[in-house]
Design a protein around this ligand. Structure first.
Ligand code: NAD
Length: 255
């Protein structure tokens, strides 16, 4: 119960890494506002958890690419659960095309609006809430291995995920005087709908890129996020925690 008494808002909490993190946070004693553009799926998560942990979760529809909606979701979490201690800026989309085939309105703007602006808005809205409350808060944001490297078809995604790391450093710097911590995580290949939509062959290739030739389970990312959100991780601030089973360190290993 390392998150007992804490209130968290998790964007993208209706699926994949976000959903696994909602479940883990609740098991650790937190109350969680699930903020997702897919409200029916978010409500399904609430209903599924209700049987074992009544009143531990609630859902709100949010499009993270709209600051007013993100701010409203933060307000809603504080109204429903009395305060906010943790935000997990995790909602994101993937996708990409060769650079020279880009249409900026299709291949750049929407992804940056969600994966980059959405994290900035979460940091800003939660940061303001923490300062209003006068309590130290924790900001955790989902970057990617692609935030630290160029990769095939990832021109826009890499830029947005790099911004998440930069935002994290700057937020930790600017908000330290209020006792607030900020940490980014960089998942590698995680078995969520983003990856599971691909063929078995491609998923096997993705798995082979990680040291132990397996996709990471969403619950394994959630375990790390719960630790980072807890007081036990109080010394981890303004940095990146790699959760990629060695992908970034050993991409070039010889077979
Ligand atoms: P997912 O598709 O299972 O979940 C993403 C969630 O975000 C969904 O519930 C979706 O409805 C929500 N969402 C999408 N656009 C939104 C918006 N505009 N506003 C609010 N919610 C929105 O994907 P996932 O794999 O769990 O991805 C979660 C995060 O992890 C993303 O930021 C993704 O880039 C990152 N990531 C995933 C992997 C991987 O291998 N799966 C690797 C690195 C990073």
């Amino acid at each position: 119960m390392r998150l007992a008494g804490k209130v968290a808002l998790i964007t993208g909490g209706a699926s994949g890494i976000g959903r696994a993190t909602v479940e883990k946070f609740v098991r650790e004693g937190a109350k969680v506002m699930i903020a997702d553009i897919d409200l029916p799926s978010a409500e399904t998560v609430v209903a599924d958890i209700e049987a074992t942990a009544p009143g531990a979760t609630a859902a709100v529809r949010v499009d993270v690419s709209d600051y007013a909606e993100v701010e409203a979701a933060v307000q809603r979490a504080a109204e429903v659960f009395g305060k906010l201690d943790v935000i997990f800026n995790n909602a994101g989309i993937a996708g990409g095309r060769p650079l020279l085939e880009h249409d900026p309105e299709r291949d750049y703007r929407p992804l940056v609006s969600i994966d980059q602006d959405g994290v900035y808005y979460g940091i800003l809205a939660a940061g303001r809430q923490f300062v209003r409350q006068g309590t130290p808060g924790v900001i955790i944001s989902t970057s990617s291995i692609y935030g630290e490297q160029a990769a095939e078809l990832s021109f826009t995604y890499s830029a947005a995920k790099a911004a998440v790391i930069s935002f994290t450093r700057s937020a930790a710097y600017e908000l330290a005087e209020h006792g607030i911590r900020a940490v980014a995580i960089t998942p590698g290949r995680v078995g969520t709908p983003i990856i599971n939509q691909f063929s078995e062959e491609l998923r096997a290739t993705f798995a082979s890129e990680q040291l132990r030739d397996r996709l990471t389970e969403p619950s394994e990312i959630a375990d790390v996020v719960a630790y980072l959100a807890s007081d036990e991780a109080n010394a981890i601030n303004g940095t990146v925690v790699h959760v990629d089973d060695g992908y970034s360190a050993f991409k070039q290993r010889l077979e």
